[in-house]
Design a protein around this ligand. Structure first.
Ligand SMILES: C[S@@+](CC[C@H](N)C(=O)[O-])C[C@H]1O[C@@H](n2cnc3c(N)ncnc32)[C@H](O)[C@@H]1O
Length: 294
C-alpha cells in the first residue's frame, strides 16, 4: 500500500509530502519532519540537502530505499533503530534492538555522574545496565581521569556498547562485564572502593509495558521491565550498592514517574546510605535520586 502510493510520486517534494501523510495516519508524532529525515537517509544527505533537491526525481535505488524506510516507520519502528544511531550528550551512539534508545533525561543522569567524578583523583565508577554504553562512555570522556566498569546482562547490549566505546574513543577507560547487576564486580577487589555507582535500570511496572507507545515495544523487554511495581532493580541497587562504595561515594539512579517516594524510603532504610538529592527532568518529573555512602 505504502509502496504503491509512493511509487506514483515523481519528485522528492511529492514523495516527502505523501510520506508525511502516511506517517501521520500511522500515528507518528512529527510525521513531516520524520519523512524529511527518512528521505535524507535514503539519499545519503542531510535534511537541508533534501530541501535543495525537492524538484529532482530520485534515482530508482534511492526511491526504493525511501519506500522501505517509510514502511518500517509506519509500522512504528523507532526512527533511531531505522537509522541505527542516536545522539547522546553531543556524541553519536549506534543503536539496534539489543539496546534501549538513550533518552534525553538520561543525559541529566550522565552529567550528574560526570560532574561528581571530575574533581576526584583517578576515580572508579560502575554503570549498571549499560545498554548502548551511553552513560559509561560519557563518564569516561567527560571525566577523563576516570575508569568505568560497565555491566549488562545482555551480551547483545555489551557488543553494541563496546562498539560505541571504540567509535567514541573511550575503549581504554571502560571495561565491559556481563552479568547480573553488581555481581560481576565481585572478586575484583572493588568492595568499598568505587566513587560512583550510576544506573538507569529497567523501572517500568510489568503490567504497564503493553500500554506504552508502539515504538517502545521494539525495545528490549529486559531494558524496560522492572517487575510488578517497577522497583525490582532499584531495590537491589540501593541494597547491594553500598558494599562497593567508598565512604562519601555516590549512588545515582534514574527512576520512573511516581517512584521517587518509594526509592527515597528505600535509601532512608539502608544503614549504609544517606539521601543526598532528587533532580527533576525536563518535564518536571522527579527523575534522578542520589545518596552518599556513610
Ligand atoms: C533502561 S536500560 C538502560 C540502558 C542505558 N544505560 C541507557 O540509559 O540508555 C537498562 C539496561 O539494564 C540491563 N539489565 C536489565 N536487568 C539487568 C540485570 N539484572 N543485570 C544487568 N543488567 C540488566 C538491560 O539489558 C538494559 O540494557
Amino acid at each position: 500500500m505504502v509502496e504503491k502510493r509512493l511509487s506514483d510520486c515523481a519528485e522528492i517534494a511529492s514523495l516527502v509530502a505523501l510520506a508525511g501523510d502516511i506517517l501521520s495516519l500511522s500515528g507518528v508524532e512529527n510525521p513531516q519532519i520524520e519523512a524529511e529525515v527518512l528521505m535524507a537517509e535514503a539519499l545519503g544527505t542531510s535534511r537541508s540537502g533534501v530541501f535543495i533537491r525537492l524538484r529532482e526525481e530520485p534515482a530508482q535505488a534511492a526511491r526504493g530505499r525511501f519506500i522501505s524506510l517509510v514502511e518500517r516507520r509506519s509500522a512504528r519502528e523507532p526512527v533511531q533503530y531505522i537509522l541505527g544511531r542516536q545522539d547522546f550528550s553531543g556524541r553519536i551512539f549506534t543503536v539496534n534492538p539489543a539496546v534501549l534508545i538513550p533518552r534525553p533525561e538520561t543525559e541529566i543522569l550522565a552529567r550528574e555522574g560526570a560532574d561528581f567524578l571530575k574533581g576526584l583523583n583517578s576515580p572508579l565508577a560502575a554503570d549498571i545496565g549499560t545498554g548502548s554504553g551511553c552513560i559509561a562512555v560519557t563518564l569516561a570522556l567527560e571525566a577523563p581521569e576516570s575508569f568505568i566498569y560497565a555491566v549488562d546482562s545482555s551480551r547483545g547490549a555489551l557488543q553494541t556498547a563496546t562498539a560505541n566505546a571504540e567509535q567514541n574513543g573511550a575503549i581504554e577507560s571502560v571495561e565491559f562485564l556481563e552479568g547480573d547487576l553488581l555481581q560481576p564486580l565481585s572478586g575484583r577487589g572493588l568492595q568499598g572502593r568505587l566513587d560512583l555507582i550510576i544506573s538507569n535500570p529497567p523501572y517500568i511496572p510489568t503490567d504497564d509495558i503493553q500500554g506504552l507507545q508502539p515504538e517502545v515495544l521494539y525495545e528490549p523487554k529486559a531494558a524496560l521491565d522492572g517487575g510488578p511495581d517497577g522497583l525490582d532493580a532499584l531495590r537491589r541497587l540501593v541494597h547491594e550498592g553500598p558494599a562497593y562504595l567508598r565512604p562519601g561515594g555516590r549512588l545515582t539512579l534514574e527512576m520512573g514517574y511516581g517512584q521517587a517516594g518509594a526509592v527515597r524510603d528505600m535509601i532512608d532504610a539502608e544503614p549504609g546510605l544517606h539521601f543526598e538529592k532528587i533532580i527533576l527532568d525536563f518535564a518536571g518529573v522527579e527523575r534522578i535520586i542520589s545518596a552518599l555512602k556513610r
